[in-house]
Design a protein around this ligand. Sequence first.
Ligand SMILES: [Zn+2]
Length: 72
Amino acid sequence: MPLLDFQCNKCGIKFDELVYSSQMDKVRCPECQSRDIKRIYEGKCYFGMLGGLSDSGGCSGKSCSGCSGCGH
Ligand SMILES: [Zn+2]
């Protein structure tokens, strides 16, 4: 059972959830109970996906070669 990282699109908090892949659509924000959540990924792309640029070599959100953290 993987520990996945999520962020709520509604209130913006991040949280970890132990979830089977078959239960992905049942994950809710623990704060506001919203299902409007997205998965976030640890790694270089983390900052790019949040809309900011990292000067530590992370991707810009467009290309991600060399990053193993996401599928960009
Ligand atoms: Zn929320």
